[in-house]
Design a protein around this ligand. Sequence first.
Ligand code: PLP
Length: 441
Amino acid sequence: MQRLYLKVRFLFNKNNTWDKANNNTKQYKQNNLNMALVNENFLKLQNSYLFADIAKKVNTFKVTHPKDKIIRLGIGDVTQPLPEAVRVAMHKAVDDMGNKDTFHGYAPDQGYSWLIDAIIKNDYASRGVTIDPSEVFVSDGAKCDTGNIGDILRQDNSIGVTDPVYPVYIDSNVMAGRTGSFADGKWTDVVYIPCTAENNFVPDLPNRRVDVLYLCYPNNPTGTTLTKDELKKWVDYALANDVVIMYDAAYEAYIQNPDIPHSIYEIKGAKKVAIEFRSYSKTAGFTGIRCAYTVVPKELNGFTLTEQQVSLNSLWNRRTATKFNGTSYITQRGAEAIYSPEGKEQVKATITYYMTNASIMRDSLIKCGFEVFGGENAPYIWLKTPNGLTSWQFFDKLLREAKIVGTPGVGFGPSGEGYFRLTAFGDRDETIEAMDRLRKL
Ligand code: PLP
């Protein structure tokens, strides 16, 4: 069936987009319109009003209530300092750079072997997953990797996302021309897979063909997770339908329940269908340092229109070698230190700090009568807005009456309407004060 689909796509070129683009270009040239043409897909992007609107509302509130102390629980950024082991390793790496014998120039495109070895040993072998060093690509962030991965895929692949969703998956595909047009809060060519309280945030298999599917677990924004069996359903679906899964595990370090998979490769067959993204940002406070990695298994293939298999690993390798010059030596030494015995202890302590915040928040919110999701294996709490308020109405109420800033769920996609995100990345005292304020409301 899939082969037939490819054939049909070859003959009719699905949306005819390539041909149209080429003909248009020729037309412009015939009309002597010799000028640099922009990628018009960028003009389709919906401005991300979400955080700009939040900032505007908060600033207005500050002007009208100058004495009020606002507590921000909307941020997706960490607040605790870098683990000591990381700082020590980075200081030493700076000294290495000041000595002719230990100086390092361009890093290897895929990353230093000592970091890749530490990743394989600690993040995969320890969970019974075999990864070859050539399958790991160290980078400067999971945002860049999840945004850039589309470079190696044809423009007319169909895209599926869980809804609500981390916006990078959508916007990067808009830029690539894969999403169609925007109408009624949705992109016409994107398959939205709702994740709401009604399905317990476990996405159902899509009823339309998707070629590329984005999954993020533990999930931003809902803070929910999938069990091994639930994830297996998706891996089996991808295996049966030649789907490529983009698996974003940026919050894997927050998993507390031993039954929840940390990697999609814990599921049999996943190396044939999935690319996995990991990040040190939330794991070890690297949001300002920038280091992440992506695993592209050698078994994973895409197809040409003539049905020839092509290794996605080799395409990503080529793309990386052409467009990226490696993550800095100092940064990679810092990342390596996370896997030292002291580094592991310190990372664990910081994650415990955030997860204690999450548990304080969950308990207080539940006591206040909120319907609360997430926050048990992720640093995000997703709550149902009370009394049928919209996400934005609840935002206004919380700001006005409790001086707390969160993120309206609808900003992450249509299925986020009626929900609200709070993060556990705040300072402990402020988190407790915020919960006190809510209790008093
Ligand atoms: N993926 C998800 C789901 C995220 O929430 C974030 C950051 O908020 C990222 C990736 C970005 O990670 P990085 O800081 O490594 O670019």
